[in-house]
Design a protein around this ligand. Structure first.
Ligand code: AMP
Length: 285
């Protein structure tokens, strides 16, 4: 069956009612579009484990800061639909802003808040970002009512926060985290990579190189700051890079780690500006 575009919540409701009535499992992949192989990997996984695969394409205004790239974020629904269709995806849900924010995007009274996971790493430099992410994902999960929802480990903090939201608020869905898909040279795939000039694209290799350097310095009992220093030492080779953070944190709680112990499940997190483009990456020990 060819992929079907669902352009509104009212049309989605009909599809979801049918799926539930027939007892079919639904695998859901929320995205902001401009799809690449990273998104495709999530959908492939969803299609293996569920009867029906649904992706959403929605550039969520509430997760962008006032000076961020909401307006210039790539919108390529036709190509996205073709890619999803080629994978065997059943539906692409592309709601209008009014389907997600019926009271208006800035007039929401109801939101979700965190006590700390949103104040570190990307949360520190993007205030309100994760509130917007939780808000849109909570709405989408309620609208789509999937059996399983798939998220990339590329956005590890987002995945941890959403897993926590679903666990603490008893959302009836299984959250599945999927591995980071990279370009052959190591750069993590991202919709934002298309902003990079040829020179910036080269310099963007700082992120994966820094992760490797830090991971090399991670040994049981080692001081985390020493391992991080090995990554920071690469910066002079990458003059177009402006570092936001390079840190080792517990992979579940996102609490900072001072001394490396395998039991703390340490993970390295990096974010950097490459020209005007902000990129992130992370890696386990
Ligand atoms: P986005 O469209 O950027 O909001 O991403 C939608 C989903 O795709 C999120 O769960 C991301 O973590 C995931 N994703 C984006 N890039 C990658 C990647 N390179 N590898 C794996 N998952 C990814």
């Amino acid at each position: 069956m060819a992929i079907q575009l669902i352009p509104s919540f009212s049309e989605l409701q009909i599809v979801i009612a049918e799926a539930r009535a027939s007892g079919k499992s639904v695998g859901f992949v929320p995205t902001m579009g401009a799809l690449h192989e990273g998104h495709a990997s999530l959908m492939r996984e969803a299609l293996i484990h569920n009867d029906i695969g649904i992706a959403s394409v929605f550039v969520n205004p509430t997760q962008f800061g006032p000076n961020e790239d909401f307006d210039r974020y790539p919108r390529t629904l036709e190509a996205d639909t073709a890619l999803l269709g080629s994978l065997g995806t059943h539906y692409v849900y592309a709601p209008a802003v009014g389907d997600i924010y019926p009271e208006g995007r800035n007039a929401s009274e109801v939101g979700l808040h965190l006590r700390g996971m949103d104040r570190v790493l990307c949360g520190a430099s993007r205030p309100g970002h994760f509130n917007g992410v939780m808000q849109v994902v909570a709405k989408l999960l309620h609208q789509v009512q999937p059996t399983r929802a798939y998220f990339g480990q590329k956005d590890w903090q987002q995945l941890s926060i959403l897993a926590r939201m679903v666990r603490e608020l008893f959302f009836p869905v299984e959250i599945v985290g999927c591995p980071i898909i990279r370009e052959p040279d190591g750069l993590a795939m991202s919709s934002r990579n298309r902003y990079l000039s040829a020179e910036e694209r080269q310099q963007a290799l700082f992120l994966s190189a820094a992760l490797s350097a830090v991971k090399k310095g991670m040994a049981e009992g080692a001081v985390a700051a020493d391992a991080v220093a090995a990554g920071l030492a690469l910066l002079p080779q990458f003059p177009l890079i402006k570092l936001d953070y390079l840190e080792i944190r517990n992979e579940s709680t996102l609490e900072s780690v001072d001394v490396i112990h395998a039991a703390d499940k340490p993970r390295v997190f990096v974010a950097a500006w490459c020209g005007t483009t902000r990129l992130i990456d992370n890696g386990g020990w």
